[in-house]
Design a protein. Structure first.
Length: 218
């Protein structure tokens, strides 16, 4: 149904996530992230956006990624139909893949990165995505987009790919939250939006927006 990546860029301190699906509105359903806090991705056959909101709130209060996953999955009787990845501000990642999600499914936890997917056309999609992040170069957002491209090229969501999203947060810049909610070529469209957002005139304007590090900037 969905494949995603969460990652920490140690060079810049940015935390980010990217996701794609064969359904509507993947960014709204799946991705949560906050600077200095971490990121959460919620997906699966019966996705719970409550997990995303509650998980991010727990991270903000100092909970570890492991504690967040345990607290959210433990009491939830529907957990076997859900998938969850959590990345804290230090780069520690933990994941849960419920057994009742549609195959192929799974997750890979790496250094400062976690990959997850379900209803994939084949199990190799996840390892291909993980390799794309490990071996990637260039700016952080470009690397996240390359992970989605790799997942799509390796087989994607078994139904195809119709929605894609990217979210990047950091203390010294305004958040970047880009979404393509239904499109025949969502990954290409998302990359076009990313290029627009990271180049003038938009990037010049964004440099004047208040940030955590400079809340009164204008």
């Amino acid at each position: 149904m969905t494949f995603s990546v969460l990652a920490l860029d140690r060079a810049s301190g940015a935390i980010g996530g990217a996701a794609a699906t064969g359904n509507l509105a993947v960014g709204a359903w799946v991705l949560r992230a906050a600077a200095r806090v971490g990121a959460v991705a919620t997906q699966g056959f019966s996705v719970s956006p409550l997990w995303g909101d509650e998980g991010l709130a727990m991270l903000a209060k100092g909970a570890s990624a492991e504690d967040v996953v345990a607290a959210l999955t433990g009491p939830d009787t529907g957990r076997d139909y859900r998938q969850l990845t959590v990345l804290d501000a230090t780069g520690r990642a933990v994941a849960w893949t419920g057994a009742s999600n549609t195959d192929a499914k799974g997750h890979i936890v790496g250094q400062d990165c976690v990959i997850a997917g379900n209803w994939l056309s084949n199990a190799a999609v996840l390892e291909t995505m993980a390799s794309a992040y490990r071996d990637g170069s260039g700016d952080f957002g470009g690397r996240l987009l390359a992970v989605l491209d790799a997942g799509a090229a390796a087989g994607s969501d078994a139904r195809g790919t119709l929605s894609a999203a990217l979210r990047i947060v950091r203390a010294d810049r305004s958040p970047l939250d880009l979404r393509v909610d239904y499109d025949d070529a969502p990954l290409a469209r998302l990359r076009t939006l990313y290029d627009m957002a990271t180049q003038p005139p938009y990037s010049d304007w964004a440099r004047h927006v208040p940030t955590l590090d400079d809340p009164y900037r204008c």
